[in-house]
Design a protein around this ligand. Structure first.
Ligand code: F3S
Length: 651
């Protein structure tokens, strides 16, 4: 049989603060009276009474010279107003989390909002909050009461509402309330004011009570958060609520393999320890966690210093901050700007409830019980370490260029700024740095100054490495006849150089076209994408000859296919000689119309009948594919000349 204590059991920050204030007050020699019982714990109240601290019902009962102590639940504003008006000495031990609710309801009420307040209307905290509402307020115990109220409210759409809760309100019921209110209220502001301490206690109690056969909840019967814990545990296993250890003897513990113990926020550690000892006696079994329990409590009161690194678990996510349990009585917050530098991300994109994070403490406020934390700074340290580790190695980092500065660019990798000198930013010196702006880049780290957290990188080192790798791959795979798509990089009078991806090849001018080409730029220009094939490889000198013109475009092949001997074509006279005229049949092929084939009659020269540019019909009479010659005849298409009529001899 074993006894397991919940880690979060016992005094919360607000209660501890109030108790400390009371003891410090009397230790300073002042007489004090608490406005109501300081905490819901008879043991503490009795102890304070034994030291002369009276409990008074209202301030009229305070005696002259007595300091009135306002407990952690807070009081209506009218009470502090009266204390001040009467010049009475008082100590305000209102828990800062309760005081935050006072501020919200006062401000939103003044703005005209109706305050929807989830909680027990009989509880002192709720009475105190109502006393700070500047306008209308409706208090409800559960989602059902809220639903009834809103459904019966006329003109609900025209009103503005602010929804808050008692700090110890049940988290699951709060969710139901928010869900319903969001459905029916058009103008609704929701403030999650449930105390993290209460949440953690409830969560832990829920988990522990599912694992145990019995639960013991230690706390005052009038304590609201103790009651919440009791409800949570009782839903999972038989549960007893005790104020004192002696009460444990009245229960039947037979058949319990594992008993869990938790305690409300106003239960001192001494009483919890006594409960554990008593349980041990009853079960004749030393509690498993007895020794460590006190340590755990002490641990829970520990603080942290600015600059410390702490481990925390995400317990809540709001649009502008993330709440974290850091294992102390402080409520840890990570403001959104300390979560990330990326303005496009929302907190829920980065963390989820239950995530364990390493965080840096930026500020601790022991009075308010808050701790401002940064995830970004821890990440930055971790990421700088990654940059530092990459220095001088072959590791390549990914980043984005965010700025062009004097002498180079700044690239950011995982939040770390790396300076890349102009000489290391591009593959060649004449490329403008502005072209890199906002572009993703890959770079190596050349050197790092950890003291100044500066790093220098090189994009060029990566580009050159990539180019070498591509070159190697090219030479490993290139073969004659292989086709590539490449870009024209440069043009000379004898050809065009094409980038094949790491290696340049040359298309000779004669390979650019089947026609006669005066200059390669007549056919291609720099930047053109060409489909080329490898004609020849000179591995020794790393030279590649490329072909570009295609066989199917060869005019002699077109002629063979489409213009057999005997075909009549329309041709254009392109030049003339003494022995005939040349005429273009198709682009790239001229045929000769011999002077004897121009007309039936005898002509002195072709110009007598034809002129350059003239289009005429001609018949293909012969093709010599080897010598690339075509013979044409106009005469073959003309009617044969009538023989001259012979003179008949007279009879
Ligand atoms: Fe304050 Fe939360 Fe305790 S609101 S009094 S720290 S339970």
């Amino acid at each position: 049989m074993s006894v397991v204590a919940a880690q979060s059991a016992g005094f919360c920050f607000g209660v501890k603060r109030a108790v400390n204030m009371a003891y410090e007050c009397i230790a300073s020699g002042r007489r004090a009276a608490t406005l109501g019982e300081l905490i819901h714990n008879p043991g503490v109240v009795d102890d304070l009474a034994s030291r002369g601290v009276r409990v008074i019902g209202d301030i009229s009962q305070a005696e002259p010279g007595e300091t009135v102590i306002i407990r952690s639940h807070g009081v209506p504003k009218a009470v502090t107003d009266e204390l001040e008006a009467g010049g009475m000495a008082y100590l305000d031990a209102t828990c800062p989390f309760v005081a935050r609710i006072h501020g919200i309801v006062a401000q939103r009420g003044e703005a005209g909002d109706v305050i929807l307040l989830a909680g027990n209307p009989e509880h002192a905290e709720i009475k105190g909050i109502i006393g700070h509402c500047a306008g209308d307020v409706f208090v409800f115990r559960n989602a059902g009461e809220l639903q009834k109220y809103l459904q019966e409210t006329p003109n609900i759409c025209k009103k503005c509402y602010t929804l808050v809760s008692q700090t110890t309100f049940l988290r699951s019921e709060w969710k139901n309330c928010v869900e319903f209110a969001k459905k029916v209220c058009t103008n609704l502001s929701v403030f999650d004011t449930i105390c993290n301490d209460a949440c953690i206690k409830q969560k832990e109690a829920d988990k522990l009570s599912r694992e145990c056969q019995r639960m013991v909840v230690v706390g005052g019967r009038s304590s609201s958060n103790t009651a919440r814990l009791y409800e949570t545990c009782a839903a999972n296993c038989p549960t007893v609520l005790v104020e004192r250890p002696e009460e444990l003897y009245g229960f039947d513990w037979d058949g319990c393999e594992k008993v869990g113990v938790t305690a409300g926020a106003s239960t001192p550690s001494g009483i919890i320890k006594e409960v554990l000892e008593t349980m041990s006696e009853i079960l004749d079994n030393k509690p498993e966690d007895e020794v460590s329990f006190q340590e755990m409590l002490d641990q829970s009161f520990k603080s942290a210093l600015t600059g410390d690194k702490v481990t925390g678990v995400v317990i809540g996510i709001a649009p502008t901050e993330v709440s974290v349990n850091v294992g102390t009585k402080h409520t840890g917050y990570i403001p959104l700007h300390e979560l990330t530098d990326d303005p496009t991300l929302k907190p829920e994109d980065i963390v989820k409830v239950g995530d364990e994070l390493t965080l840096k403490v930026l500020r601790v406020n022991d009075v308010e019980g808050t701790m401002v934390l940064s995830k970004k700074k821890v990440d930055a340290e971790k990421n700088f370490q990654r940059v530092e580790d990459a220095a001088g190695t072959d590791d390549i980092l990914d980043g984005v260029v965010v700025e062009v500065v004097k002498g180079g660019v700044i690239a950011v990798t995982d939040g770390i700024r790396v300076f890349i000198p102009a000489s290391q930013a591009t593959a060649s010196r004449n490329e403008p740095l502005e072209d890199l702006l906002k572009k993703p880049v890959r770079f190596k780290i050349l050197e790092v100054n950890p003291g100044r957290r500066r790093a220098i990188g090189s994009i060029r080192a990566v580009l050159s490495e990539e180019r070498h790798a591509k070159e190697q791959e090219f030479w490993d795979t290139v073969e004659i006849g292989k086709h590539y798509t490449g870009k024209v990089k440069s043009i000379t009078s004898y050809g065009a150089f094409v980038d094949l991806g790491g290696v340049d090849g040359m298309v000779h001018v004669s390979e650019l076209s089947w026609m006669r080409v005066a200059h390669p730029s007549d056919i291609v220009k720099i930047g053109d994408e060409l489909e080329v094939y490898v004609k020849d490889i000179d591995r020794e000198n790393h030279k590649i000859s490329l072909g570009y013109k295609k066989e199917e475009d060869n005019p002699w092949e077109i002629l063979r296919r489409d213009y057999p001997v005997g075909t009549v074509v329309k041709v254009k006279i392109v030049s003339m000689t003494t022995f005939g005229a040349f005429a273009s049949i198709i682009p790239g092929i001229d045929g000769l119309i011999h002077i004897s084939q121009i007309a039936h009659e005898r002509i002195a020269k072709p110009q007598d009948v034809l002129s350059v540019g003239q289009e005429v019909d001609a018949k293909i009479t012969d093709i010599d594919f080897d010598k690339h010659r075509v013979s044409l005849s106009i005469k073959a298409l003309l009617e044969p000349e009538e023989p001259a009529e012979e003179e008949q001899p007279e009879e």
